[in-house]
Design a protein around this ligand. Structure first.
Ligand code: CP
Length: 316
């Protein structure tokens, strides 16, 4: 297999931002993740990371990222230590992030960290010898989500290039769309951004797309945007990031995806969402062929298995 012929060395590498990876490296990770699918489903087993320990440090709530990392480590034969709520840790006594990371570094072979502050994962990497994987830092980046999103589009659409992709919702605070807009530009996808005026994609991200030769289009008209779209990527309005509740109340419920709206789209339009959703996708969509979001969430397991195997150094 090509994977074994041109093995790339990721051992010890931090996964902080998708921008740290070339397209070739991303393709390599996605190919490896494809090999992991049957292991992620429990149909096959190999003790790839037996004896290895992962620190899972979640300073912010999570369901998918934390559990899929834990599932990934367990499916590969490794073990997990950590916490899902910092209120039970010595952070409560005033311990710094740097010291917490130093401890996890001495107890484990890799560290996954989610933190409310942008830049926290990069800071953690400075204090750890073992690889650090960013599981989301504030409104910053979420590289492993980005990889599973790319994996999902590639699996469902066979390629990423030239797909017409609509990113909808909270493009200002939604960290998943920041990483994804960059990565989709790297692959030459066509991008349309749909958001309330106050939640537009940050200029920094728009400029990254432009530097990669992609000129996104902008609209507030979702019916029009999905007409010829291949992928509709919906995001939640990130209430926890709003400095003021009134601003949140003004935009919550701005977009709602339901079966009636999807009649404007192509038959093979796929609807993605990093989840959790609140009100932005009507549950009636769940049973349609458009709904890919639960499959997308599962894809977090093979993608994170691939990443853990690569950075810790186990071989499938
Ligand atoms: N997509 C995502 O990051 O979900 P969680 O917040 O549940 O981890």
């Amino acid at each position: 297999m090509l994977f074994f012929l041109i093995r790339m060395d990721f051992k010890g590498k931090d996964i902080i931002s998708i921008k740290d990876f070339s397209k070739k490296e991303i393709d390599y990770i996605l190919d490896y993740a494809k090999d992991m699918v049957r292991y992620a489903m429990g149909e096959k087993y190999k003790n790839v990371l037996g004896g290895k320990v992962l620190s899972s440090l979640f300073f912010e709530p999570s369901t998918r990222t934390r559990l899929s990392f834990e599932s990934a480590m367990n499916r590969l034969g490794g073990r997990v230590i950590g916490f899902s709520d910092p209120s039970g840790t010595s952070q409560k006594k005033g311990e710094s992030l740097a010291d917490t990371i130093r401890m996890a570094d001495s107890y484990s072979d890799a560290i996954v960290v989610r933190h409310p502050h942008e830049g926290a994962a990069r800071l953690a990497a400075e204090f750890a010898e073992v690889p650090v994987l960013n599981a989301g830092d504030g409104a910053g980046r979420h590289p492993t989500q980005c990889l599973l999103d790319l994996f999902t589009i590639r699996t469902e659409k066979k390629k990423i290039k030239k797909n017409k992709i609509v990113l909808l919702g909270d493009l200002k605070y939604g960290r998943t769309v920041h990483s994804l807009a960059y990565a989709l530009s790297l692959y030459g996808a066509e991008l349309t951004f749909v958001s309330p005026a106050s939640l537009k994609m940050p200029n920094e991200v728009i400029n990254e797309c432009k530097e990669l030769g992609i000129e996104p289009t902008y609209t507030s008209n979702i019916e029009k945007a999905i007409k010829d779209a291949d992928v509709l990527y919906v995001t939640r309005i990130q209430r926890e990031r709003f400095p003021d509740a009134e601003e949140y109340n003004r935009v919550v419920g701005a977009y709602k995806i339901d079966n009636n709206l999807l009649k404007n789209g192509k038959e093979n339009l796929i609807v993605m969402h990093p989840l959790p959703r609140v009100t932005e996708i009507n549950p009636e969509v769940d049973t349609t062929p458009h709904a890919i979001y639960f499959k997308q969430a599962f894809n977090g397991v093979p993608v994170r298995m691939a990443l853990l195997s690569l950075v810790i150094g186990g071989k499938l």
